[in-house]
Design a protein around this ligand. Structure first.
Ligand SMILES: [Zn+2]
Length: 237
């Protein structure tokens, strides 16, 4: 049993290393930079898998739920970033809402969940937030692809540019998207003080993309692209 788990873990890490190397070539990242160890040691990448528990987020026609896809991608991103030496922290590691115990109604739970997420991010010194979500536009089911939104905080747009570029070269081939400043109505992104991006990894209103988003291989591709773009922002910044 132990051997099986260990072997699977090793295979994942080996696969992840290969994937990063492949992504670095594919995304044409510049040569490895002389990165300041102080900078690398100081920051913590906070990974937020959007929604969770009773708040499933967007739901596809097939019944696929956003919160679970978010978590699967967030976990892969977390494993990858740790593998390359980043300090990380996940807001949730299970399919749960992070509301406080005194929240009763669905509305209260949602408000409490978002407040707790923002407080958790703001409590981390030198945090960088990557929030993982799925999009949905049922009125135009053909729309697909990954898009990065950024907060109105320092360095957020620089990170968004690099992550969007990486996603355009791996996920959005032939139909690149542009990073965008996020609407001020998105509570978490408005209430964090650190650099922050929100990645809408794909559209659950598109049946083909929904199928892909549920596949581990596609989730890995998304995680690798986000990680590669995030690291590329270090070189630019
Ligand atoms: Zn969402």
């Amino acid at each position: 049993m132990f051997f099986v788990i260990k072997r699977k873990t090793l295979l994942f890490f080996f696969g992840a290393l290969l994937a990063i190397a492949a992504a670095a070539i594919l995304i044409r990242l510049p040569a490895a930079p002389a990165m300041s160890p102080v900078h690398r040691a100081a920051r913590t990448v906070v990974i937020d898998a959007g929604h969770g528990g009773e708040d499933g987020g967007a739901v596809a026609l097939s019944g696929a739920v956003e919160s679970q896809i978010n978590l699967a991608i967030a976990k892969k991103l977390d494993a990858l970033l740790q593998l390359i030496g980043e300090d990380t922290q996940m807001i949730r590691t299970e399919d749960v809402s992070v509301h406080s115990a005194n929240a009763q109604t669905l509305r209260e739970k949602k408000v409490s969940d978002l407040k707790n997420r923002a407080a958790a991010v703001n409590a981390v010194p030198d945090a960088v937030l990557i929030s993982v979500h799925q999009n949905s536009l049922p009125s135009v089911p053909g729309v697909h692809g990954a898009q990065v939104f950024y907060a109105d905080t320092p360095k957020s747009s620089d990170i968004a540019v690099c992550v969007q570029q990486a996603l355009n070269q791996t996920i959005n081939t032939g139909h690149g998207k542009r990073e965008k400043q996020i609407e001020p109505t998105i509570y978490l992104m408005k209430n964090v003080s650190c650099p922050a991006i929100l990645v809408e990894c794909g559209f659950l209103s598109n049946p083909q993309e929904t199928e892909r988003l549920q596949q581990a291989s596609h989730q890995k591709k998304l995680a690798v692209s986000i990680a590669a773009g995030f690291l590329a922002a270090d070189r630019e910044g």
